[in-house]
Design a protein around this ligand. Structure first.
Ligand SMILES: [Zn+2]
Length: 479
């Protein structure tokens, strides 16, 4: 079965076919950098990291754009989040943005989330946003009132296509900013007039002001990915109004479909309660990392499907951490037996690897079903543990190792230490070769010294007649 993705737009699973053969154009709404990232961000960006990693595993080139919102994300009371953060911390807005952009990437690095191909900032794309707003005015989809510009939803019958909301149902208030200036309560701001007290403002054809939040995603995604994206991702809570507005304004400008597959992840609960600012139960990623490793948090999140909520509780993460330990133990065993790729791969091992690879892919092809894929990984680990013995050929161990790491780490990213270990391999090879030369010169003292030092670092050397080989010792320290 080829890859199937649940498309929020059509509300069904569809076979994934990118617009251009071999290339995936993907956009995910990035963070508003006015505070530390919380566990909700972890769920969001780990979910889409899996999508990117799996698409790359399948052989696609993925151009992955994820923006940084550093202006214009208004709170329900109309206040700009960045400005509010800057006032809270008595900092320059750009200073605030810099601090929390770094904090965001630090947290994502700790969670082994690969960096996007491009991370454009909203403030770096003001001319592009102004140009889009002007086109919308020229095409009759937007109107200017007193230095602000609004999208006129009466000109866009498709408004509501993603969220299923009808314009008639939308009242002023409730997450839709009410304003006397708007012709209809659901019209949304593309550009806002800035008073002198507003620190972040730019020149525009309509006077000094700043962009509305929705327009940045359309301007930046289309700038880097073209007028039609293959995948657009975000949280379910962003379907309305944010993504609805993105569709309306983008398609009104280009006349082309904006996104082929919309993907939305579910929310995070804490001890059975929805995580929200007002309830004060936000847990920052940094706080969580004081107690758990990045791999433990990541593994815990991946044991729920991205379209299901994940419920954070100490007991649940502790239980899941034990499961991760079992997979790590199998990886350690593989490293212990891993020597070189000499000998032939046994037919049985070849079959086992192919079987588990197929089972894993079947689940991942079903809308990235990570909990089911992890289930197969546990069975694979048990199978490996039962087969590993010194009688297994080196080539067989290597195939088991490579297949296991490819699925568990290349795709799921839950055994990041394996990469560190493997990254050291060529250097260990070099040291072992140099030591062989030293032995040829009969400098036994230096050769023994090298062997002992490598031993301390967790590498065991076996000297043969023709050559020396080496293996990682079990429970090797992190290199
Ligand atoms: Zn967005």
């Amino acid at each position: 079965m080829p890859l199937q993705i649940y498309n929020s737009l059509t509300r069904q699973k569809e076979e994934f076919v990118p617009l251009t053969d071999g290339l995936v154009r993907m956009y995910v709404c990035g963070p508003t950098v006015y505070d530390y990232p919380h566990i909700g961000h972890a769920k969001s960006y780990i979910s889409f990291d899996i999508v990117v990693r799996y698409l790359r595993y399948l052989g696609y080139r993925v151009k992955y754009v994820q923006n940084i919102t550093d202006v214009g994300h208004l709170l329900d009371d109309g206040e700009d989040r960045i400005l509010k953060g800057a006032q809270r911390e008595k900092r320059d807005p750009m200073e605030l943005v810099e601090i929390y952009t770094r904090a965001f990437f630090d947290a994502m690095d700790a969670l082994n989330v690969q960096r996007p191909t491009i991370s454009p900032r909203a403030t770096g794309h003001i001319p592009e946003q102004i140009e889009m707003v002007q086109t919308l005015i020229d095409k009759g989809h937007a109107y200017v009132v007193n230095g602000s510009v609004y999208f006129d939803i009466s000109t866009w019958p498709g408004y509501g296509v993603l969220s299923g909301r009808r314009v008639e149902d939308q009242r002023a208030g409730e997450r839709v900013e009410a304003s006397d200036e708007k012709r209809h309560p659901a019209d949304f701001a593309l550009w806002k007039k800035a008073g002198p007290e507003h620190i972040m403002q730019w020149n525009s054809p309509w006077g000094r002001g700043y962009p509305g939040w929705h327009i940045e995603c359309s301007a930046m995604s289309m700038k880097y990915l073209g007028e039609t994206l293959d995948i657009h991702g975000g949280g379910m809570e962003n379907q309305f109004p944010h993504h609805e507005c993105e569709i309306a304004q983008s398609e009104a400008v280009t006349g082309k479909p904006f996104v082929r597959y919309w993907m939305h992840h579910n929310m995070v609960m804490v001890e059975g309660v929805k995580m929200s600012k007002s309830l004060g139960n936000f847990t920052s990623v940094q706080r969580a990392l004081e107690r758990y490793s990045g791999a433990q948090i990541r593994f815990f999140i991946l044991q729920s499907h991205y379209r299901s909520p994940v419920d954070f509780s100490r007991e649940a993460i502790d239980a899941s951490a034990q499961g991760l330990e079992r997979l790590q133990a199998t990886r350690d065993q593989l490293l212990h037996f891993l020597a070189s790729d000499e000998g032939d791969v046994s037919a049985q091992v070849e079959q086992v690897c192919a079987e588990y690879k197929a089972l894993f892919e079947k689940e991942m092809n079903d809308d990235f079903n990570t909990p089911a894929a992890i289930g197969h990984l546990f069975s694979f680990a048990r199978e490996i543990n039962s087969r590993l013995s010194s009688s297994l050929s080196s080539a067989s161990v290597k195939l088991l190792h490579d297949t296991f790491i490819r699925l568990a780490d290349d795709v799921l990213g839950i055994l990041p230490e394996s990469r560190t270990a493997l990254a050291a391999d060529p250097f260990i090879d070099l040291l072992v070769t140099v030591r062989r030369e030293i032995r040829a010169q009969k400098n036994w003292a230096l050769s023994d010294h090298l062997r002992d030092k490598l031993e301390e670092l967790g590498v065991a050397i076996q000297d043969g007649k023709e050559k020396s080989s080496w293996t990682y010792k079990k429970n090797m320290p992190a290199l």
